[in-house]
Structure formats: C-alpha cells, structure tokens
Design a protein around this ligand. Structure first.
Ligand SMILES: [Fe+2]
Ligand SMILES: [Fe+2]
Ligand SMILES: [Fe+2]
Ligand SMILES: [Fe+2]
Length: 327
C-alpha cells in the first residue's frame, strides 16, 4: 500500500521559490529582449551588419524564453493551487545587464540556479510520492537546460566598446528624467498585471474543479470561474505585449526600464474578488495612460502618444470585459 501523497508547508514553499525564480527570469528576458533596441544603436558602424544578425538572433530567443518562463510560472502556480497551497506573486529581482555578454552571463547564472533548485524539487517530490509535481519539473528541467546551453553560446562574446553618449540635440530635449519616470510607471503596472492575471488564471481554473455545496453554486460559480479563467489567459498575453512595447520605447529613447511591479499584484479568493481587483487595476491603468497621453502630447512625442492611445483602447476593452461579470 502506498501512502497518500502529503503536501507539507515545506513543499509549498519550495514550489513557491520556483515560482519567484520563473517570474524573475520572465521579466528579465523580456527586458533584455527589448533592450536590444538600445544596444544596437551603440554599435560602431563597421560592425553593424554582423552585429545586427547577432542581436536579432539573441533578441528572438530571449523573447521566446520570456514567454516560456511565464508559462513555467503558471504551470507551477497551477500545481500549488491544486495541492491546496497559495501561489506567490513575489518575483525575485530581475538582473538585466548592459551588454550581450552580460545578458548571457546573467542568463547562465539564473538557469544554473534553477537547475539546482529543480533537482531538489524533483527529488523531494519523488520522496513524497508526488508524481505529478515530479513530472512537471522534469519537463521544465529539460527546457531550462536548453536555455542554459543557449546562453552559454554567448557568454564569451566580445562586446562592442561603449558607444558615445547621444548628443543633447534639440529633438531629444523633450525626453527628460521625469518623463521616463512616468513611462516607467506604465511598465511597472504592466508587470503587475502580467503577474496578477497569470496567478488568478491558475487559481480560477482550480475553482472550476472544486466541489460546491449546492447545484446552483455549481452552475454559477463554476461557470464564472471558467469564464474568468479563460478571459484572464487572453488578457495576460496582451499585457505582456504592452510591457514589450512600452519598455522597447523607453530603451529606444535611451532610458532605463524598471523591472519591479507597481502596484503589488493582488490575487483574492473568489472569482468575484479577481474581477473586482482586475477591474480596479484596469481603471488605474487607464487613468495613468491618459495622463501619459496628455504629457506626450504636450511634449510633442507623437510616437509615444499614439502607442499609448492604442494600448489604452485595449485596457478599456479589458475594463469592460471584467465589468460584464461584476455584480
Ligand atoms: Fe523556467
Ligand atoms: Fe529558463
Ligand atoms: Fe496593459
Ligand atoms: Fe489591461
């Protein structure tokens, strides 16, 4: 007779460590991907063709990795909820770096640390008879190994010498520090949304399965949780694209992008909680983006203004979608 699987607070906290790592690298790789826009501008002209190929290759796999890592985070969160735990929204601190070889070194470090942690989790899950967790992490393990090997290819790359600072010509004068601070509030709120919606999506899919006490409860709650869960999945990907666009823009203008979510992501207990929190989050994003649009208009930064006009349209759509399900 095998013993029933036991979920201990220790094993939940071990899984949550994995979640924090996955959230970290997801944002880290996405920002490195968008930072290519900044780096490519600093290369010396003689090297531009060769460099462009390298930058594009790395930029492409960084974006793929970023999405894979968020999917890892989601899968682990799902497992935690299934086992009766509470999945964290706390990310370890992303470390972006300034050159391709720094990106690669930071990637190697992050992936190696993940592999060591995941070996521990695989072993512990095996001991507990938690085969599902073990299998999940064996699958993730293989992907992290592939990431590691990819980063290793770029570790010894010779970086371009630091290019000259861009001249403070007339057209650049509108891009002041306080402007970047404002744009970074948008980046921070997108990071927050990505984490919040991913977590809630996984929690909602569990609510669908959980036993209810009355038939009516089954119909209303399960349906709602299912709809919310599907909705969040769709919205999450759009927020990821917003983060990509906004940070790309910041880097293109020679700024630095924040990697810290603000406000802190909030999850809630029931599908109704999720909806209320998400409704409020979209509301705040819309207000912030309207301010940015106004500011960009004042400064004559047409491209940023038009980008936010497009983003705010999608946030409004999100707002109304969440609104539809609120009592
Ligand atoms: Fe991962
Ligand atoms: Fe990875
Ligand atoms: Fe967004
Ligand atoms: Fe949104």
């Amino acid at each position: 007779m095998s013993e029933p699987m036991k979920m201990t607070p220790d094993s939940v906290s071990l899984l949550n460590k994995a979640v924090s790592r996955e959230l970290q690298v997801s944002v880290q790789y996405m920002l490195q991907h968008t930072k290519m826009e900044k780096l490519i501008r600093k290369v010396i002209p003689e090297n531009i063709l060769l460099d462009k190929t390298t930058y594009e290759a790395m930029g492409k796999f960084l974006r793929e990795f970023a999405i894979q890592e968020m999917k890892h985070a989601a899968a682990i969160m799902e497992r935690i909820y299934y086992l009766g735990g509470e999945a964290t929204t706390k990310s370890d601190k992303p470390i972006v770096g300034n050159t391709l070889s720094e990106f690669a070194q930071n990637g190697v470090k992050a992936e190696e640390e993940a592999l060591v942690l995941y070996r521990k989790i695989i072993e512990a899950a095996g001991k507990n008879g938690d085969w599902e967790t073990r299998e999940l992490f064996e699958k993730i393990y293989a992907e992290e190994e592939a990431h590691l090997f990819k980063f290793q290819e770029y570790v010894n790359m010779k970086d371009e010498p630091e290019g000259p600072e861009p001249p403070l010509s007339e057209w650049r004068k509108i891009f002041t520090n306080d402007y970047f601070t404002m744009l970074n509030k948008a980046a921070a709120s997108e990071i927050s949304a990505v984490i919040q919606y991913t977590n809630q999506h996984e929690k909602a899919s569990l609510l669908v399965l959980r036993k209810k006490s009355t038939a009516l409860e089954i119909v209303t709650e399960a349906n709602k949780a299912k709809v919310v869960s599907e909705l969040l999945k769709e919205v999450f990907m759009q927020e990821m694209e917003h983060l990509e666009k906004i940070s790309e823009r910041i880097y293109l203008l020679e700024g630095e992008t924040t990697s810290v979510p603000d406000p802190l992501p909030q999850v809630g207990k029931t599908a109704d909680d999720f909806l209320k929190l998400d409704h409020a989050a979209e509301n705040d994003a819309i207000l912030l983006y309207r301010k940015i649009i106004e500011e960009a208009f004042k400064r004559g930064d047409t491209t940023t203004r038009r980008m936010f006009e497009e983003i705010v349209l999608q946030e409004e759509e999100h707002y109304w979608k969440f609104d539809d399900f609120l009592k």
